[in-house]
Design a protein around this ligand. Structure first.
Ligand code: ADP
Ligand code: ASP
Ligand code: MG
Length: 449
């Protein structure tokens, strides 16, 4: 079997959904499991509606609810002009009612816990999958019956052994050549049945976990770009598709902000040794990236891609203070779901580099700042990634010549050997990323470096 994951932009409107459905139909002999995101903008809108409700603006929240439900109703009608099947109409109405109740509850209490937010966010994937399953005439499975997670709402951790067992009992029997099953990415549930989410962009992670659990031949990530590119195309318009990537390169890229893959999606796939393919729903015959366990051939020192992650904070502890403070801060941040990029204890004091990924960890950062620890915001982590660095790590340092005049805060040694990571101010990114791309990727390709 294979897993086909479609991101939000791949199911943004009826035309896109028809393209996605055509790809699924063509793959029916391979018993595809379809893992779907919410339609484009929907998750953002659900967060916005929840925020309005929390602020006590119930009319504003309900206006978004109305817009969102109308958009999904129109999508269903456009796809099925003969009439929305009654079971689909009923499923959509039930989801609309659930969202309405949740928003009213939040507005009444003026309180939005991560647990309530997850319940609200889950509506997006539940809507999109109902529509695609009806359009395809496919079985629909509630991912909350399979994706068992812990109770870290907002960035829940899957309980891998249980997910495997549930995938085998709930999904495998329904997967056979000629038919397909549609389920949701991003959402899961605790053993008590409370709805959770895996964090923004988490559908890739769901696809990887389901694929690993079911022994998929291929995990296909269908998105709006032709595979993984040499950099973020929004910042480097000339970024080029990378045909082959090793797992370590892909994992490093994802960890350092290449939004095309969720940071956690590589681990399950690399454990199981499967192939992961990233391709463009809109141009299925165009470029694509194959990510495999075999390391592709690279020139010594070759950089494959340049990634970055904004919103990084530097926590500094003066030398006179207890280094323990730094370790306590890092523990609290990790528990609250932050990403930590480095922890340095030196005779000059300590430096902790963190990115608050969740509302909880943002709160920890604020609390630490208020308690007297120096918390400097506004940094970004930039990563030069490439298997070629294993052979010639020193070469990457010479590439940093391009940055001689830049205020680099710290160089973080990666232990994977396939990246060089350093910190720069957020506001230098739009200038620096194209410059690094030119210097580290385009020039060597042209042969003038
Ligand atoms: P989906 O909704 O399909 O999950 P995402 O928006 O999450 O899609 O990810 C695709 C986007 O990731 C692209 O449109 C692109 O803007 C961004 N991106 C950032 N870095 C890269 C990269 N190195 N290669 C490809 N896309 C990237
Ligand atoms: N719909 C979710 C999000 O927008 C998950 C995903 O798209 O992967 O973050
Ligand atoms: Mg995504």
């Amino acid at each position: 079997m294979i897993v086909m994951k479609f991101g939000g932009s791949s199911v943004a409107d009826a035309d896109r959904m028809r393209e996605a459905a055509a790809l699924v139909k063509a793959a029916l002999p391979r018993s595809p499991l379809v893992v779907l995101s919410a339609t484009a903008r929907t998750t953002d809108q659900l967060f916005e509606a929840a925020g309005r409700a929390e602020a006590g603006n119930l009319p504003g929240a309900l206006a978004l609810h109305g817009e969102l439900m109308a958009r999904h109703g129109a999508l269903a009608r456009d796809l099925m002009p003969g009439g929305t099947p009654p079971e689909l109409a009923e499923a959509l109405a039930i989801l609309g009612g659930e969202l309405d109740l949740l928003l009213r509850g939040v507005a009444l209490l003026k309180e939005l816990s991560p647990r309530s937010m997850d319940a609200i966010a889950s509506i997006g994937e539940r809507l999109s999958t109902r529509i695609l399953a009806a359009f395809l005439g496919a079985a629909w499975v509630d991912a909350r019956d399979v994706m068992r997670t812990d109770g870290t709402f907002g960035c829940a951790r899957p309980l891998t052994a249980e997910v495997e067992a549930l995938a085998v009992s709930h999904l495998a029997p329904r997967l056979r050549p000629g038919s397909t099953v549609v389920t949701q990415g991003y959402i899961g549930a605790t053993a008590q049945g409370l709805t959770t989410t895996l964090g923004r962009g988490g559908s890739d992670f769901s696809a990887a976990l389901f694929g690993a659990a079911l022994g998929a031949e291929d995990i296909q990530i269908w998105t709006d770009v032709e595979g993984v590119l040499t950099s973020d195309p929004r910042v480097v318009p000339g970024a080029q598709p990378i045909t082959e990537l090793g797992f370590a390169e892909a994992a490093e890229l994802a960890a350092f902000g290449a939004k095309v893959l969720h940071a956690d999606a590589l681990a399950p796939v690399s454990r199981a040794g499967f192939r992961l393919v990233v391709a463009n729903t809109h141009r299925p015959q165009g470029g694509r990236t194959e990510i495999r366990s075999e390391v592709p051939p690279r020139r010594p020192g070759e950089i494959t891609s340049v990634a970055y992650k904004e919103g990084v904070s530097c926590l500094r502890v003066p030398p006179a203070q207890d280094a323990d403070l730094l370790f306590q801060a890092s523990t609290r941040l990790l528990e609250a779901g932050a990403s930590l990029y480095g922890l340095l204890a030196t005779p000059d004091g300590g430096l902790l580099v963190a990115r608050g990924e969740t509302a909880d960890s943002e709160k920890v950062l604020r609390d630490l700042g208020a308690s007297g620890l120096s918390v400097q915001r506004g940094w970004a982590a930039v990563a030069l990634v490439g298997e070629g660095l294993r052979e010639a790590p020193g070469r990457a340092l010479s590439l940093l010549d391009a940055l001689a005049d830049e205020p680099i805060a710290a160089i973080l040694a990666g232990d994977t050997g396939v990246s060089l990571v350093f910190l720069v101010p957020d506001n230098r990114l739009s200038h620096l990323i194209p410059k690094l791309h030119e210097h580290c990727i385009e020039k060597p390709l042209r042969g003038d470096a």
